[in-house]
Ligand binder design. Structure first.
Ligand code: HEM
Length: 373
């Protein structure tokens, strides 16, 4: 075997090795994304079961150990009895009922710690063994820092409900949910970027209009999620439980409050109306994208991901309507929360297809030259 053949063999092996390594990195990122999705749903269940304020302190490490004996449970229960929510919602509740809400909040926090470990340890391993592409190490460090910040935001949100209020601030809930969705979006994008699939180079790239619309759709869905958090944070899903009108009105008569700008953040009627209207706008944008990608010669992945996204948005709107009509029945509220995360992930998957599918990779011909030599 000549030197030339040896180095080519090594290059192919390295490429294969890196391909194997990249697949492992991508699968790890998909695992973490799946755990963050589960975290969004468990977070929704914690909120919908009014469990979020049951643990009135934050111990990032020791908090992983739940009360282990009667005395510990009574101590945790006594601390909960000191906050306004206990007196307003749960006066006289039994220790067993307290354990039920405690375990929801505890498992939400424990899952948060587990996600931190499932991200950090493989990250260190991949970085140490040189399996990361140039520049991704810093990107993953950024995601890790966002994850840690999310822990703080979670406590910042809980602490807003421990003194004057009987529920957490809708502003801080929106911040917590938005941060969760951004972490999820970054993980999905990174997992797609790492996937070493053979580039099916069709050259059928997206037009500028399709690219711009794909970005607008991701931003619009994220904005809709923020509006949803204000509906959830204000418990605004327990009023105007009619559809398509709001108790016979298109715009609810109590939309505006004084000063007017506060309506968008503190008016139950306004936040629900805005969430409804934004849902319809998101659907229109998605169907325009389906129409554009169906009549433009673009790569199949662009067209198919647009259709998946459109279908998911229709399902999410239906879930939202039934959540409202049922006065936020627990299972529907949870499905709607999870559905919101799936719509956002599909919007990111579509954006990635729009920017990557069909594109001729920079070293395409160089690698082709090498392979055919
Ligand atoms: C693109 C469509 C939609 C998306 C992406 C979306 C997303 C969301 C998200 C993420 C939440 C949860 C926020 C949280 O738990 O903090 C939420 C809450 C809510 N959404 Fe939607 N939504 C959509 C459409 C709708 C529609 C069309 C309706 C009703 C007509 C609706 C009704 C509700 C209600 C009532 C809540 C509060 C539920 C609760 O208290 O848990 N949504 N939405």
């Amino acid at each position: 075997m000549t030197m030339m053949q040896l180095s080519e063999k090594q290059t192919t092996m390295a490429a294969k090795g890196s391909e194997g390594g990249r697949r492992a990195v991508s699968l790890w990122l998909w695992l973490v994304a799946a755990l963050v999705f589960a975290m969004v749903v468990v977070g929704g269940a914690t909120r919908l079961t009014e469990s979020g304020l049951s643990i009135t302190e934050w111990q990032p490490l020791l908090g992983a150990i739940p009360p282990l004996n009667e005395a510990d449970w009574m101590a945790a229960f006594e601390k909960y009895k000191l906050i306004p929510q206990y007196h307003a919602l749960n006066q006289g509740m039994s220790l067993e009922d307290f354990k039920f809400i405690y375990y929801w909040e505890w498992s939400h926090r424990l899952l948060g710690r587990a996600i931190g470990i499932v991200f950090a340890l493989p990250f260190l391993y991949f970085w140490w063994t040189g399996k990361l592409k140039r520049g991704t190490g810093m990107k993953f460090l950024g995601i890790l820092a966002l994850g840690a910040l999310q822990g703080f935001i979670g406590w910042y949100m809980v602490s807003s409900g421990l003194s004057e209020r009987i529920e957490v601030s809708q502003y801080r809930l929106a911040l917590h949910l938005t941060a969760a969705f951004m972490i999820l979006g970054l993980l999905v994008w990174a997992a797609l970027e790492e996937w070493p699939g053979e580039a099916r180079v069709t050259g059928e790239v997206a037009t500028t209009l399709i690219k711009r619309l794909a970005v607008i759709i991701v931003a619009a869905v994220l904005f809709q999620v923020v509006l949803g958090a204000f509906v959830a944070g204000l418990r605004a899903g327990y009023i105007y439980n009619t559809w398509p009108s709001m108790n016979g009105q298109f715009v609810p008569s109590d939309y505006w409050m004084k000063p007017a700008y506060l309506s968008f953040f503190e008016s139950h009627a306004a936040t629900q109306f805005n969430h409804r209207m934004m849902a319809y706008l998101v659907a229109i944008l998605a169907f325009v994208q389906i129409w554009l990608t169906s009549r433009t010669p673009v790569d199949d992945r662009i067209r198919i991901t647009a259709q998946w996204l459109g279908a998911a948005i229709v399902a999410q709107i239906a879930l939202g309507v039934f959540t409202l009509l049922t006065h936020v029945r627990l299972d529907l509220g949870l499905l709607h929360q999870g559905g919101g995360a799936i719509v956002f992930m599909l919007a990111v998957v579509h954006l990635h297809a729009v920017y990557r599918a069909g594109v001729v990779p920079r070293d395409f011909y160089a690698s082709r030259g090498r392979a055919s030599a």
